[in-house]
Design a binder for this molecule. Structure first.
Ligand SMILES: NC(=O)c1ccc[n+]([C@@H]2O[C@H](COP(=O)([O-])OP(=O)(O)OC[C@H]3O[C@@H](n4cnc5c(N)ncnc54)[C@H](OP(=O)(O)O)[C@@H]3O)[C@@H](O)[C@H]2O)c1
Length: 231
């Protein structure tokens, strides 16, 4: 699980551990939070090992799965959850922001997918996308482009890596507010969502479990968004 220390990643680690998965929890800057998640999992009888890595660093990224395989005899599931989400527009072009978004949100999942395929040979990959990937209006251009690319990569890798590896995506809608958002931010946006409410992080875990459990699904994108992508 990349980016497993907080928010959606943390919830997925706890939910998957609760149904028997041993967790390789990757984090970058959130060492304290990652240790807390690991302690909770271990207190509940589960297994969790921590793997720090800066996914902007291509050498560290390509070493991540080999490092995990030194601690765990096998790896069945890769969840590409870590993400950068910063405002950006074309008019205010910033090359470093573009590079960072593509490094963490697209290139790292690509490299980890390739390592997983070569070293693990079978299993499941789930990529966290975004319900906005089908729209083109945004003030988060670099983020959205990187997630659109990851969506296409999800489908493309589903074909190349079949039949032994299934690759699917989840496109969340309103789950957690961006860091620093005012209180009530998501509730305000939720009024425009067809189901008229924000989502809950446990529903992302439900979708992950569904994708892992259904052996005839690959290249699917589940929009976990109350219908937001439809409008
Ligand atoms: N939150 C939502 O409502 C929502 C909506 C749509 C899509 N999504 C997608 O769902 C996923 C999870 O969302 P989230 O809001 O829980 O994510 P998040 O909190 O924004 O980020 C998850 C983790 O990504 C890690 N990360 C960032 N830069 C990194 C780097 N250079 N190297 C390694 N790790 C790095 C961070 O780890 P550290 O903290 O350890 O540094 C962070 O905790 C993301 O892919 C996001 O795009 C979320």
């Amino acid at each position: 699980m990349t980016g497993g220390a907080k928010r959606i990643g943390k919830s997925l680690c706890l939910s998957l551990s609760a149904i028997g998965y041993k967790i390789a929890l990757h984090y970058n800057t959130s060492g304290v939070e990652a240790q807390r998640v690991a302690d909770t999992i271990r207190r509940n009888g589960g297994t969790c090992e921590l793997f720090p890595c800066d996914l902007c660093d291509s050498r560290q990224t390509s070493e991540l799965i080999p490092r995990i395989l030194k601690k765990f005899s096998r790896l069945n599931v890769l969840i590409n959850n870590a993400s950068v989400f910063d405002p950006a527009t074309i008019m205010n072009f910033d090359g470093r922001s573009l590079d960072r978004h593509f490094a963490v949100n697209f290139k790292a999942p690509y490299v980890l997918t390739a390592c997983f395929a070569k070293l693990c040979k079978k299993g499941n990959i789930v990529n966290l996308l975004d319900a906005h990937i089908i729209h083109n209006k945004t003030s988060y251009t670099n983020y959205l482009l990187s997630k659109k690319a990851l969506c296409e990569f999800t489908k493309l890798s589903a074909v190349e890596l079949a039949p032994h590896i299934r690759v699917n995506g989840i496109a969340p809608g309103l789950i957690f507010p961006p860091i620093g958002a005012k209180s009530g931010y998501l509730e305000g946006l939720a009024k425009k969502v067809p189901l008229k409410r924000k989502g809950d992080v446990t529903q992302i875990a439900q979708s992950v479990k569904f994708l892992l459990d259904n052996p005839y699904l690959t290249g699917q994108i589940i929009f976990n968004d109350g219908g937001e992508h439809l409008i």
